[in-house]
Design a protein around this ligand. Sequence first.
Ligand code: SF4
Ligand code: SF4
Length: 434
Amino acid sequence: MNATGSHLKDLDYSVVQQCMHCGLCLPTCPTYDATKLERNSPRGRIALMRSIADGQLEATKTFADEMYFCLGCLACMTACPAGVNYAELFEHARAEAEQSGALASPKRNLIRSLTLRWLFMDLHRLQLVGHILRLYQQLGLQAFLRLSGLLKFLPKRLRELEAMTPLVQEKFSAELIDPVTQPSGGRKKFRVAMLLGCAQDLVFSDVNRDTVEVLARNGCEVVTPPAQHCCGSLHAHNGEWELAQQLARKNIDQFPPDEFDAIITNAGGCGSHLKHYAKLLEGDPAYETRAHEWDRKVKDIHEWLAQTGVIPPPDRGNTQVVTYHESCHLCHGQKITSQPRALLKAIPGVKLVELFESNWCCGSAGIYNLTQPEMADELLERKMKHIRSTHCTVVATGNPGCLLQIINGAKKEGLPLRVVHPVTLLAEAYRKGN
Ligand code: SF4
Ligand code: SF4
């Protein structure tokens, strides 16, 4: 990449000039809805990107701030009648912002080096941090600090971040799942790979275990090597294009797509990125062909189960009122909307109540709730208001970021809600039949 040294100038101009300024995306954009400012809308942002591509504007701090105020929720893509590829524009715009150095500062550079360039480039490091955090929580140090009142001496933002620290699981995926799981009680119909994710592995390893169990019960041999790589979505969405490419190559090497019927993910945000490796590795002769096959083989778990069929669980479930929140990257990024609902309805005892604005962002948006807390909180409050109005006891959602965000929302409001991945409810229904 970078014939001109600019991500946006080098981008295919048919992508840059596709917006016809109709404004149909504006009512679906959460940031425009909050401010009513054109520059905070998809149309306004695309105009800024085009100005840079046309050489009429430099990537200034104002431009970079605007790109980071965007949630990357892709609701605008669903609304757009012209088929504007906002996802591609957005990733290149953030890469442009990083390339310009407009936001650089010693503190920001250090945080990005430690996280994007170190922690998430080798998941052994992330697991080490997970082990330390688990000890901190299990030894009661976190509870002690919270009860002692010592946290009040921290700056407000650090106190807020501490309150959002997720509970690390007692066992990570490799401790719960065999590297190869055979289909349970029947012949092998498919051979699939299952991606464990990065933060997902530490915080929702139980969801990974449930996913593997559901796949095995539905005729899959599941390959789940313990040492895996991050999918790279965090990097692509935060302007680290080259690191995202490195991770894509590592994943293709680890899971050669011709060896599997499908490559399964249970995280909406990861799936949306994983399905676009061909675009990411365009022009790379060693990977381009395999990347196309990879894209075809990547399946979100709901999508895969809808495609192959689900063995119905036994009818032994107690009634539970469940509502479904749509992960942005599952519904807008991958257009997977009916399959999770069908899966939930297939579970005995589940009474599915539709959630108003189910496809409106909850404010999680990758690390948006860490970088833009005010807007993220506003979106979370709106989401929780709609959740309360369903009178549900369970919220189901297919993305770890949304799970954490809504768990935090329920905690803040003191709501006795269970927040789960749909696949967990299915796995539980199967276990009841044992
Ligand atoms: S991605 Fe979401 S926040 Fe960004 S412009 Fe599109 S709708 Fe608005
Ligand atoms: S809906 Fe599509 S074409 Fe219309 S303004 Fe939005 S991005 Fe541009």
